[in-house]
Design a protein around this ligand. Sequence first.
Ligand code: ZN
Length: 110
Amino acid sequence: MIEKRPRKLQILGFEYTIEYHASLSDVTHDGRDMAWGTCDYQTATIRIFDDGERPDAEVWHTIWHEVCHAIFSICGRTFAGKEKPDEEVVVDQVASGIVSVIRNNPKVFG
Ligand SMILES: [Zn+2]
């Protein structure tokens, strides 16, 4: 099982910094009221809410959710900063699938 949380991730050749914040207001940077995580394409920074109380699986889901946004952005599938609702649904489903595969294949990803 992967326990160590990443501080840097190479995503399709781009180095993203992963930050963990205990305050929701430190996670959001785009005027939204709240988000479990955000992906700042301009600075290649992913911010994750982690107050030490969130279950590990939820934190990892948020990490993969934001990684999916980064992948979409790099592949040109984002909409100039305006995320459409369908992107959120697709990203969330893909993130759930990734977390499930990683968690259920400890011999491969451990
Ligand atoms: Zn999202």
